[in-house]
Ligand binder design. Structure first.
Ligand code: AGP
Length: 613
C-alpha cells in the first residue's frame, strides 16, 4: 500500500509530486522518489525515509512539467534507496503499488535476454518486462505485459521517447484521476487530486489511461475508448488537513460526534406521532438497500481486517441479540482460504474504511462467486469494495488520514446498529416504537462521546502510568470483550506496547499466569448484566499486582479498592456503551503514544490502506 501520483501539465511537476506525496504519505513512508522528464531525459531522485527527506534532495532549479512520484511501504526488498521507486530500465520508468507474484519466474526469463535487476524489488522486474516488449507502441506493450503479470498492481509508466506523457493501468490496487486547467493528475486516492478538482474518476481495472497535458484518454485492452463514470467528492481540502490539531489522529478522534451524525442522520425517517412524540425509524431507501436484502437470511458472516473486523465483532453481539440469527466474524485473510459455506440465504457483510483492503476485497469476491448476498460498509465513495458489492452502506466519516482508525470505527458501529435495527424491524423482532427508542439512544451516543472528549486531561494523566509498560491486557465481557480487541490494536499500533485483549472470564484458565505488578490491566466494565463478574475479575488481577484502570459507567457501583484509576462514561443502555468507551480507549492509546514520543499518525511498519495481500 504505497502512495503514487503522476502529473503532466503546466506546473512544475516536482512541486506537484512532492506535495501530492506528502498528502499520500500515510499510505506508506519507508522511502520516496520522483521521476521527471527534463531536458536530459527522464531523471530520477530517490531517498530513504519520509517525503521531507526526498524534498531536501530535489535541487531548487530542478524543472519539469511531467513526472511520477512514489512513497513506499516495503514489500519485496528492504528499505533502501536502490529499492525505492521509481524504477528505470532501458526506455521504461515505472512506479507501482501492489505485488507481482510471479516476478521470480519473469526475472529468470528476462535474464535470458540479458536483462538483470539492480534492486530486490518485484517492481523493477515489471519495468524490465515492459522494456523487453517495447517497440514504440505503449498500448500494445502494456497489453502484452499485463498478460504475463500475476498479482496486484497500479502502474504509472513513462517511456523515454514519449515525453510529457504518462500511461497507467491497474488491477486490485486503487487509482483515481482528474483533468484540470493545470494539467492531468492520477493518484492512489482523492486526497492528492483535491487541489485540482473535486470531480474525478476511478480507473477501471485492466483499462489503460494515457495522460497528456490537456487530456486523459482511457481505452480497454483492445484499444476501444472507454468513458469512466465521473464522481465528485463532498468534502474539501480542509477536511483532510489537521485544522490546528497536533496530529490527524486527535483531530479524527474529536470529529467522531459529527462523523456519526453524518452517517446516521441521512438515514432517519421521522414520523410525528399524535402525542407529539417523534418516531425515528432507519430508512435505507437513499442507499438503495431494499428490505428484501434482509428477508430469507438465515446466516450472517462479517468479514474484514483490523479495526473494521472489530466493528464486526460488535455487530455480531448486536445482531445475535436482536435478530437471533447466527453471526460469524471472519478475518478476511482467513475467510478467503477456508472454503466457507455460503449460499443465497447467507448475508456477507464486508467492512472497510478505505474500501481497498486486498484481503477484504478478495473475501467479497469469493462471497459473490458463491452466491451470497453482499453488503459492504465503506467510508470511501467509489472504492473497489463499494463498487463490487451488491449493496453499499457508506459511512460518512470523511477522510481518515491517521493510520490508527478512530472515527471510521465508530461510524462503522453506527452503521451496524442501524442495519441491525432495520433488520429486526423487517423481521418483526422489534416494534416500530422499540425501534424508535433504539434510534433515539443511538443518537444519544453523540453527546455521550462529547462528554468523554471533555475528559482528555484526566485520560492524559492516567495514560502517563502506561508509558513504561512492556505488556498490558484489555479485559471485558460481552460487548466489552469485543471492544477490548479494538482497544488493544489501537494501543499496540501507535505505542508499540505489546497488549492482548482477553475475555475477562477466560483469564483464570491460563493467561492469569502473566499478570504481575509490571502488567497493567484495562478493565472494561460497562455492561451492567455482568458487572459483578467483572468486579471479581478485577479483584483477581489486582490480587496479583496488576495496576487496574477501570472504564465504566457513571452509575456503576464498584468499590474504589479494586482499581487504581477509573474513567467513567455517561450511563446509557448497555448496548450503546461501546461508543463512548471506544473513545476512552482511543485517547488512552493516543496520549500514551505521545508520551512515548512516537509518530502517532504514521507508526513504524504500517500504512493506512493494506492493498497488498
Ligand atoms: C486500524 O487502526 C488499522 N489501521 C488497521 O487494522 C485497519 O483497520 C485495517 O487495515 C483495515 O483497513 P480498512 O478498514 O481500510 O479495510
Amino acid at each position: 500500500m504505497c502512495g503514487i501520483i503522476g502529473f503532466t501539465g503546466y506546473l512544475n511537476s516536482a512541486d506537484v509530486l512532492l506535495q501530492g506525496l506528502s498528502e499520500l504519505e500515510y499510505r506508506g513512508y519507508d522511502s520516496a522518489g520522483i521521476a521527471c522528464f527534463t531536458e536530459n531525459g527522464v531523471e530520477l531522485i530517490k531517498e530513504v525515509g519520509k517525503v521531507a527527506a526526498l524534498k531536501a534532495k530535489v535541487p531548487s532549479d530542478f524543472h519539469s512539467t511531467c513526472g511520477i512520484g512514489h512513497t513506499r511501504w516495503a514489500t519485496h526488498g528492504g528499505v533502501s534507496e536502490v529499492n525505492a521507486h521509481p524504477h528505470k530500465f532501458g526506455k521504461v520508468t515505472l512506479i507501482h503499488n501492489g505485488i507481482i507474484e510471479n516476478y521470480h519466474e519473469l526475472e529468470k526469463e528476462l535474464a535470458l535476454t540479458g536483462r538483470y535487476p539492480v534492486s530486490q524489488t518485484d517492481t523493477e522486474i515489471a519495468a524490465m518486462l515492459l522494456d523487453s516488449l517495447y517497440e514504440g507502441d505503449a498500448h500494445e506493450t502494456i497489453k502484452k505485459a499485463v498478460e504475463r503479470l500475476e498479482g496486484a498492481y497500479a502502474f504509472l509508466i513513462m517511456f523515454e521517447d514519449q515525453p510529457e506523457v504518462i500511461y497507467s493501468i491497474r488491477k486490485g490496487s486503487p487509482l483515481v484521476a482528474c483533468q484540470s486547467e493545470q494539467g492531468s493528475v492520477i493518484a492512489s486516492d482523492m486526497v492528492a487530486l483535491l487541489r485540482f478538482s473535486k470531480d474525478y474518476f476511478v480507473l477501471p481495472e485492466y483499462q489503460i489511461a494515457k495522460l497528456t497535458k490537456t487530456s486523459i484518454t482511457v481505452t480497454d485492452l483492445d484499444g476501444e475508448l472507454v468513458a469512466p463514470e465521473i464522481l465528485s467528492v463532498t468534502w474539501d481540502t480542509t477536511a483532510a488537513q489537521k485544522n490546528g490539531f497536533k496530529h490527524y489522529m486527535k483531530k479524527e478522534i474529536f470529529e467522531q460526534p459529527e462523523a456519526i451524525l453524518r452517517t446516521i442522520s441521512p438515514r432517519i425517517h421521522k414520523n410525528l406521532c399524535a402525542d407529539g412524540h417523534e418516531q425515528l425509524l432507519p430508512d435505507f431507501s437513499a442507499d438503495e438497500i431494499d428490505d428484501s436484502v434482509f428477508t430469507g437470511v438465515n446466516r450472517i458472516i462479517v468479514t474484514a481486517c483490523g479495526t473494521a473486523m472489530h466493528a464486526g465483532l460488535m455487530g455480531k453481539v448486536l445482531f445475535e441479540r436482536l435478530l437471533r440469527i447466527p453471526v460469524t466474524v471472519d478475518i478476511a485473510s482467513e475467510f478467503r482460504y477456508q472454503n466457507p459455506i455460503l449460499d443465497e440465504n447467507t448475508l456477507v457483510i464486508t467492512v472497510s474504511q478505505s474500501g481497498e483492503t486486498a484481503d477484504t476485497l478478495a473475501a467479497l469476491r469469493l462471497a459473490r462467486t458463491a452466491g451470497a448476498r453482499t453488503l459492504s460498509i465503506v467510508n470511501v465513495k467509489g472504492s473497489s469494495i463499494a463498487r463490487e458489492s451488491d449493496y453499499v452502506f457508506y459511512t460518512h466519516a470523511g477522510p481518515e488520514i491517521a493510520v490508527a482508525s478512530t472515527k471510521a470505527y465508530t461510524a462503522q458501529l453506527s452503521a451496524f446498529y442501524m442495519i441491525a435495527f432495520r433488520f429486526a424491524l423487517v423481521r418483526e423482532k422489534i416494534t416500530k416504537e422499540e425501534c424508535s427508542e433504539y434510534m433515539h439512544l443511538l443518537l444519544d451516543t453523540i453527546p455521550a462521546i462529547e462528554e468523554v472528549l471533555k475528559q482528555t486531561e484526566n485520560i492524559k494523566k492516567i495514560s502517563k502510568r502506561l508509558v513504561d509498560s512492556e505488556n498490558l491486557f484489555f479485559i471485558g465481557r460481552g460487548m466489552d470483550s469485543a471492544l477490548a480487541c479494538e482497544g488493544s490494536i489501537k494501543l499496540k499500533e501507535i505505542t508499540y506496547i505489546h497488549s492482548e485483549a482477553y475475555a475477562a472470564g477466560e483469564l483464570k484458565h491460563g493467561t492469569l499466569s502473566l499478570i504481575t505488578e509490571k502488567v497493567p490491566v484495562i478493565a472494561l466494565a460497562t455492561q451492567s448484566d455482568v458487572l459483578s463478574k467483572m468486579v471479581s475479575n478485577m479483584k483477581e488481577v489486582r490480587a496479583r499486582g496488576a495496576m487496574v484502570i477501570c472504564v465504566t459507567t457513571e452509575d456503576a457501583t464498584i468499590e474504589s479498592n479494586i482499581y487504581d484509576e477509573k474513567i467513567v462514561i455517561p450511563t446509557t443502555a448497555d448496548i450503546f456503551a461501546p461508543f463512548a468507551a471506544a473513545v476512552v480507549l482511543q485517547l488512552i492509546a493516543y496520549y500514551t503514544s505521545v508520551a512515548r514520543g512516537l509518530d502517532v499518525d504514521q507508526p513504524r511498519n504500517l500504512a493506512k490502506s493494506v492493498t497488498v495481500e
